[in-house]
Design a protein. Structure first.
Ligand SMILES: Nc1ncnc2c1ncn2[C@@H]1O[C@H](COP(=O)(O)OP(=O)(O)OP(=O)(O)O)[C@@H](O)[C@H]1O
Ligand SMILES: [Mg+2]
Length: 349
């Protein structure tokens, strides 16, 4: 086990020229925790990671790793190891030499190097492949060489930038499980960037959801899924995404644009009413639904319906359950998420 270090960002900001990519940001990564930074393409995830690693300079603010200010230190002095989407292995070196390269650069004697290479390779399950060159390894094996190269120095901090996105679906799934296991064994503070919500939900102790350089929500996977703090988080997490229906509350009902009732609620004023497709039911009562299209996904079916005012709602049901002739939208207690229509912020419901 390495000694884990807390990472604290204090007012950290980044501009490229006159473009502000990250407005001043305060963020703490708990020592030893697995934190996933999740957000759409271009929201600033890699930039944030590069600032921690020292591959980009901050435009303002301070970064502390293990209580030490590092924002002016070069990358090698920060105690972070980084794994990228592209494995960036040396093609002419064997897997073993690639893994040991950081130790060689650091002047670690050969005997100790060999022992640490063997241990890192064992941790990622590559013990039998050390003599092969990258061209003789599969994509998943190459990515594991890159991970072994990162852990060989026993870093306090592991930074991952979409390390699985070059792998096919099955290998991604396998490697994801291996990474979770690896984190449990190594215990380094881990920051993992992805735009894949399944990776975030399965790997993270804590998820930071970003949108356009800003943090939308920080929480456990369960918080993020069950209590999304904003409309953005609600629509970004969940597959298929949560339906968000514009409605107006009169104190008894939330009503659709044509005045027809959607669901009982004491809320007044304009809201977005959110319901996850897997929580919505076709109960024959409730707001009338007109079927638009359906996707049969084997184990379940996702159907999109039109509401009385033309808005749409998705409902997921187990395969083989017929749609009632007079379908109505049922929103069970606890399944309704309300967001302010203007600010998109979650309302206490
Ligand atoms: N060197 C640079 N100069 C100018 N703008 C940059 C530079 N690097 C990144 N940007 C801009 O900063 C924003 C954030 O980029 P970043 O690479 O951090 O996004 P990301 O969240 O990692 O996206 P992706 O999921 O596509 O990797 C983008 O709008 C990008 O165009
Ligand atoms: Mg990126």
């Amino acid at each position: 086990m390495t000694q884990a270090a807390e990472i604290a960002l204090k007012g950290v900001a980044k501009r490229f020229g006159t473009t502000e990519v990250l407005p001043p940001l305060d963020l703490t990564f708990t020592a030893g925790a697995f934190t996933v930074i999740l957000g759409p393409s271009g929201c600033g995830k890699s930039t944030l990671l590069n600032l921690i690693a020292g591959l980009e300079a901050v435009s303002g603010g301070e970064i502390e790793i293990g209580g030490r200010k590092v924002q002016d230190l070069p990358p090698r002095a920060r105690g972070c190891a980084m794994v990228f989407q592209s494995y960036a292995l040396y093609p002419h070196m064997t897997a073993g030499d690639n893994i040991g390269y950081p130790l060689k650069v650091a002047g670690v004697p050969r005997r100790e190097r060999m022992a640490r290479i063997a241990e890192a390779a064992r941790v990622v399950g590559l013990g039998d492949y050390l003599a092969r060159r990258p061209s003789e390894l599969s994509g998943g094996q190459r990515q594991r060489v890159a991970i072994a190269r990162a852990i060989v120095r026993a870093p306090q901090v592991m930074l991952f930038d979409e390390p699985l996105s070059n792998l096919d679906a099955l290998l991604r799934h396998e490697t994801r499980a291996e990474l979770a296991d690896l984190h449990r064994r190594i215990g380094a503070t881990t920051v993992f960037v992805t735009h894949d919500q399944a990776e975030a939900l399965t790997l993270a102790d804590q998820i930071v959801v970003m949108n356009a350089g800003r943090v939308e929500q920080i929480g456990t996977p369960a918080d993020i899924y069950h209590r999304p703090a904003t409309r953005f988080v609600a629509s970004f997490i969940g597959h298929p995404p949560m339906s968000l229906i514009a409605a107006t509350g009169d104190g008894t009902w939330l009503r659709l644009g044509d005045g027809s009732p959607l669901v009982a609620s004491a809320h007044q004023g304009q809201v977005l009413a959110g319901v996850r497709p897997e929580a919505a039911v076709l109960d024959g009562g409730g707001a009338p639904l007109v079927p638009l299209h359906r996707e049969d996904l084997g184990s379940h079916v996702v159907q999109v319906f039109r509401l009385a005012d033309g808005q749409t709602v998705a409902v997921q049901s187990p395969a083989g359950r017929p749609v009632p002739a007079e379908a109505g939208l049922g929103i069970p207690d606890g399944a309704l998420h309300l967001f302010d229509a203007e600010t998109g912020i979650r309302l206490v419901s």
